[in-house]
Design a protein around this ligand. Structure first.
Ligand SMILES: [Zn+2]
Length: 101
């Protein structure tokens, strides 16, 4: 049913869930890529979520997230500046969405 599972059964390493800190078998964890790009696997290490956290955390609407991150200067400005800008953009987006309802 979950086709992503079929990809990653090649290892039984333990990984740490970035949300709750639990250690879970890598085969039981879900990869989390903060760049939202699971297809480009070159040169990167994934972070992991345990299944309960994955279920909880994936209800968020990611529409436009990439654009927001880019607009906030992800990777080009300092972390502090990025976070301030992102917070501002995210707040505006939320406002826009609330108004649209
Ligand atoms: Zn977890």
């Amino acid at each position: 049913m979950d086709f992503r599972n079929a990809w990653h059964r090649d290892t039984d390493e333990d990984v740490c869930c970035i949300a709750c800190g639990d250690t879970v078998a890598r085969s039981d964890a879900r990869e989390y890529d903060k760049y939202g790009n699971r297809w480009n696997r070159d040169d990167k290490s994934f972070e992991y979520l345990c299944k309960p956290c994955y279920r909880e955390n994936c209800h968020f609407d990611r529409t436009g997230l990439e654009d927001q991150l880019e607009a906030a200067g992800a990777g080009t400005v300092s972390r502090g500046a990025f976070l301030r800008r992102y917070q501002h953009i995210a707040a505006e987006t939320e406002q826009t969405r609330a108004d649209g309802r």
